[in-house]
Design a protein around this ligand. Structure first.
Ligand SMILES: Nc1nc2c(ncn2[C@@H]2O[C@H](COP(=O)(O)OP(=O)(O)OP(=O)(O)O)[C@@H](O)[C@H]2O)c(=O)[nH]1
Ligand SMILES: [Mg+2]
Length: 223
């Protein structure tokens, strides 16, 4: 079974190298998908040992798709490029349960204090994160229009719920990320956050229904 890390990146020269270095000892291949960065993201990524794939169409989901299409790894782990504090052991804890066949998907959550961490690991609320390992067939089962912008993570959760996939939530202690408002400036950051929230909320509603229907119809016609 082969493994790859896929790291979508848009202007993350400060942090992308550290994410690549944390993933390298754990997976067979590290792929950074450069989504049209205007800074040194691609240079820093390849210097740290990643294979860099260029995806000119903006959007995190487009970058995730391009990364998956560039590899034939059986298990992939998606990691955001803006993480700091990520260590190989965090990546191992995400990848191992899927490689061992214990679960179909793991999701890694960044620590946000005791109460919120408890809520996130309980499964009581859908938890969206850029850190997740999965069998490639899970991502390939998404509708193409659900893989654009910030929709993919909500779509994956919708699919996982509808098909009763086995999942595990891993707390990534000591890992943090840089928020949009800090990275892109307050007004552009807030604009992008608004766009992200709209896409995510819409997709949470759509995906839950769409994949339940798909499974239902699939069973109906298999008889
Ligand atoms: N915003 C944005 N990020 C992209 C895009 N393509 C790839 N990315 C990468 O996707 C990852 C997640 O994007 P972020 O904007 O940090 O989203 P987030 O972490 O969910 O949101 P924050 O709460 O602002 O941190 C980062 O590694 C980005 O560099 C894109 O078109 N737009
Ligand atoms: Mg981020």
């Amino acid at each position: 079974m082969t493994t790859a890390a896929i790291i979508p990146a848009l202007d993350e020269e400060q942090t992308v190298g550290g994410v690549v270095s944390a993933a390298r000892p754990i997976v067979d291949e590290v792929i950074v998908v450069d989504n049209g960065s205007s800074d040194g993201t691609a240079t820093m990524a390849s210097r740290a040992g990643a294979r860099v794939v260029s995806e000119p169409v903006r959007g995190k989901g487009q970058a995730m798709t391009a990364g998956l299409e560039s590899t034939d790894a059986d298990v992939v782990v998606f990691l955001d490029a803006d993480l700091y504090g990520l260590e190989p052991d965090h990546v191992r804890r995400l990848v191992e349960p899927v490689v061992d066949g214990r679960v179909d998907m793991t999701r890694g959550i960044l620590s946000r204090g005791e109460v919120l961490d408890e809520l996130a690991t309980s499964g009581a609320v859908p938890y969206l994160t850029g850190q997740r390992a999965l069998r490639r067939v899970v991502f390939e089962s998404l509708e193409p229009e659900h893989r654009t912008g910030f929709r993919a993570e909500a779509a994956i959760e919708g699919l996982a719920g509808a098909y009763d996939l086995d999942t595990e939530t891993v707390l990534l202690e000591g890992v943090h990320h840089v928020t949009k408002e800090v990275k892109r400036g307050l007004s552009e950051g807030l604009r992008q956050r608004g766009e992200m929230v709209t896409q995510v909320v819409g997709m949470l509603v759509v995906a839950a229904a769409a994949y339940r229907w798909r499974r239902f119809l699939g069973r109906l016609f298999r008889r």
